[in-house]
Design a protein around this ligand. Structure first.
Ligand code: AMP
Length: 437
């Protein structure tokens, strides 16, 4: 028998009744034993919002049906209850999804298990936690030897390991990395370590926000396998002498304003990679330069792992999420929106055909300077590979900036793309107009 979890949802007609009926039909199937049904949670629709709220639940069952056979039964129940095809995210009388089927990972044309979007969806995870508390348990590991022992165990079971290094005080940006790791890997380790080596002597190492209890609570909503939470003395014992230094790409952008920062970052991630030995490590595009530095370390030092860079998660008003946002006063928080707004305006001007970097940067700077007290470290456009400054856009470039609001330094970036056959580019180079973007 295999333990299996099913997600169930409805937002048409009598939602409770639909769910009850589906469960009754499920109970009647030979070879299925329902062990537990979660509470039902009312959730806002996703994707297409002009429809009723959903009721969502989860079912824990045992079965000796193959996953494919189980899927056929679920589809039949959906059909019997009157489900008809709508568009993606459309309303539905009943929705039954296999979320997890034993330890299996399945990817066929009709079936992907674990369900590929479940970790991105709180409306799936919340009821699942009712019926599968074991999936939401984690260990807190405080020593390097215990971390190694845990990894050895996972390796003995042939598990793939996803790793998310953080400095804690987690927000949805961090959680999006965890969700990506959950989707790809059997087991997920998150490290929380405020790394003194990456802070300058006048920077905010001491006041950097720390709250393990709060972080644990957030991670518990998605379910990770271990939180690696080492102390500074374990990571940098007395007599520590070895640092990892990446050249050139660390001298630009933030590197110019935070001497030693990337040496500290490179050192800690290399150490963490050696301790955790993951298959894949996840980083945010928010720290674009950092992601590039890490990719360089991995290729230059032949570290056998894959890196995935996950898009920036923003507050509803566009400000990039950051643990440092808590430093901002209410006024600074309001004003900080100018960063993303100016980046979006720049992006729009590139889409309209602007290719002259000086002009784009001048516009961004002008907009930020409307906030009189904001202090710009840099606004630059750089090659996404070498991070060298560009003065004409050709292909993909990053617009990156770092700006102080009071005592808080914020960074943000956006990738822009100029297609060589863009109408304005052609006009400027004497080519023919009328080509589509
Ligand atoms: P930190 O705790 O600030 O060192 O960040 C840990 C990881 O989370 C890094 O890979 C960051 O790039 C990533 N991260 C931080 N903020 C965001 C965000 N708003 N969106 C996506 N990833 C982020």
């Amino acid at each position: 028998m295999v333990i299996c979890f099913i997600g169930i949802g409805s937002n048409l007609g009598n939602r409770e009744k639909n769910i009850e009926k589906a469960i009754a039909k499920l109970r009647k199937i030979k070879n299925i034993k329902i062990e537990k049904v979660s509470r039902l949670y009312r959730t806002r629709p996703e994707g297409y919002i002009r429809q009723n709220d959903f009721l969502n639940g989860a079912i824990r069952l045992q079965t000796n049906l193959e996953a494919g056979e189980l899927l056929t039964h679920l589809k039949k129940i959906e059909k019997d209850l009157g489900r008809y095809e709508t568009f993606r995210f459309g309303p539905r009388i009943i929705d039954l999804d296999i979320l997890i089927y034993g330890n299996q990972r399945i990817k066929t044309k009709d079936l992907a298990i674990p369900h590929p979007r479940m970790y991105a969806r709180d409306f799936v995870l919340t009821p699942l936690a009712d019926v599968a508390p074991e999936l939401f348990k984690h260990k807190i590991i405080r020593t390097i030897s215990a971390m190694r022992a845990f990894i050895k165990l996972l390796r003995a079971e042939n598990k793939t390991i996803g790793f998310v290094p953080t400095m804690g005080y987690l927000h949805q940006g961090h959680l999006s990395l965890v969700r990506a790791a959950k989707k790809d890997c059997d087991k997920v380790v998150v490290s929380i370590f405020v790394n003194p080596a990456q802070f300058g002597s006048k920077e905010d190492f001491r006041r950097y926000p720390r709250d393990l209890k709060r972080d644990e609570k957030l991670l518990k909503q998605i379910g990770v396998d271990a939180i690696f939470y080492p102390g500074v003395k374990a990571v940098y014992p007395k007599g520590y002498l070895t640092y990892v230094s990446v050249e050139k790409i660390t001298e630009r952008l933030c590197g110019k304003y935070r001497p030693g920062h990337f040496r500290g970052v490179a050192t800690i991630v290399t150490k963490l990679f050696n301790i955790v030995q993951p298959d894949t490590a996840y980083f945010g595009q928010k720290d674009f330069q950092q992601a590039r530095v890490i990719e360089k370390i991995i290729s230059d030092l032949n570290i056998p792992l894959k890196v995935k860079v996950v898009p920036i998660v923003r507050e509803p008003d566009g400000l990039a999420m950051s643990s440092r946002n808590v430093y901002l006063s209410p006024q600074e928080r309001k004003d900080a929106v100018v960063l993303y707004r100016s980046l979006r305006n720049a992006e729009a001007s590139v889409k309209r055909g602007e290719r002259v970097v000086k002009v784009i940067i001048r516009n961004i700077t002008k907009e930020i300077k409307k906030i009189a007290y904001a202090r710009i470290d840099y606004v630059e456009m750089a090659d996404t590979e070498t991070l060298e400054k560009v003065d004409k856009i050709n292909g993909e470039v990053v617009i990156a900036l770092a700006v102080w609001f009071g005592k808080t330094r914020l960074i943000d970036n956006i990738l822009v793309m100029a297609k060589p056959n863009c109408r304005l580019a052609r006009l400027r180079s004497g080519g023919q107009a009328g080509i589509k973007w």
